[in-house]
Design a protein around this ligand. Sequence first.
Ligand SMILES: Cc1cc2nc3c(=O)[nH]c(=O)nc-3n(C[C@H](O)[C@H](O)[C@H](O)COP(=O)(O)OP(=O)(O)OC[C@H]3O[C@@H](n4cnc5c(N)ncnc54)[C@H](O)[C@@H]3O)c2cc1C
Length: 373
Amino acid sequence: MATLVLAGAGHAHLPILTNIPEFVRRGHCVTVIGADDFHYYSGMGPGLLSGDYRPEHTRFDVATLTRRGGGTFVRDRVTGIDPGTRKVHTENSGWIDYDVLSCNLGSSVCLPTGEFDKDRVFTVKPIENLDKFRRSVQATDRNLLVVGGGAAGAEIAANLGCWLSGSGHSAHVDLIAGNVFLADFPAGIRHRVERTLDALPVRLHAGERLAKLERGQAILESGLALPYDRALLATGVTPPLLFAEADLPTGQDGGLLVNRFLQAIDHPEIFGGGDCISFADRHLARVGVYAVRQGPVLLRNLLAALEGEQLTPFRPQNHFLLIFNLGRQQGLLRWHSLTWSGRIPFLIKDYIDRRFMQEYQRCGETNQPHSSS
Ligand SMILES: Cc1cc2nc3c(=O)[nH]c(=O)nc-3n(C[C@H](O)[C@H](O)[C@H](O)COP(=O)(O)OP(=O)(O)OC[C@H]3O[C@@H](n4cnc5c(N)ncnc54)[C@H](O)[C@@H]3O)c2cc1C
């Protein structure tokens, strides 16, 4: 009997969680280590800020899914890997043995320098922070700060702006967009998003970078000081440090270096998917699209690794459909050189996202009361 350990229960592991009964039927033990009983779907995250989606509509009960399938769920954080003895270290549950390990630990946002109140500063990862941020906003707040001029920062500022204007709240959003707002996108997309933000209580600070965050004040590299009541950081994500700390081969950015079978280089018993890996064949953007597409390949390869069978390669697509959620049921779609904005792009995104949720929300999530913790 072999033991499969899943470190993290993110997007790439969802197909494995729903297939735990098959692993068990074949005589394998499955242990899932997850930081939380729930995993939140990033595609619907910005809608948590506008109020279009409620938390229970955007999350998967990964703990119940694991247990119902016959696996063991350990609610804990993975803090280390010892590839030599094939053990995973956790914060509270000690060492856990594996024969085959799969890592889907996501990524995190680095905190800026400076002395600030930690309970007023949130990062966009994990996604449930977006709900926590919204709940933390007080009627007396006047200045909400969003830092980061990429797709996540743009979606967050727009959805936050929609919520503030729709609820009669008198606060506004300052969006610190870095050197170039939406630098990875064509000018047409940038201008459409700028027009959306213009119509909302959002002030775009393009060409400005955050230098440090102090209590109640953001200091920009230009010397400008902006007051803030609460801040949300979307300044880009990095993989966890624990792969480098375990002396596992990593990409330049510290992600677990995997071959086209999503298998760690030099460690055939370790696999990985999603934001925490670096794909050796070519650079992949850290987007949920890849994490989701890697899931079925991981499922096949984990079974194959446990049973000594042939592995299947992951073939990443070169282009993927991108749809921004700009709040108020407005979307902005990009497919190759086509861009399309309005309600229909939003409805397409909403349909795709809800269909994905239906596939993996198998434990009555939408009926479960949401705790504010
Ligand atoms: C606001 C926002 C909107 C986005 N929208 C989109 C979008 O529309 N489309 C798209 O393709 N991409 C989108 N992305 C990118 C997307 O969030 C990521 O690429 C995606 O979440 C990667 O999935 P993942 O499963 O690798 O990681 P995650 O979704 O981060 O999942 C990792 C899981 O591991 C758990 N975990 C983390 N650390 C530990 C630990 N130490 N021990 C145990 N468990 C742990 C976490 O709790 C989580 O459940 C968005 C990102 C943001 C910030």
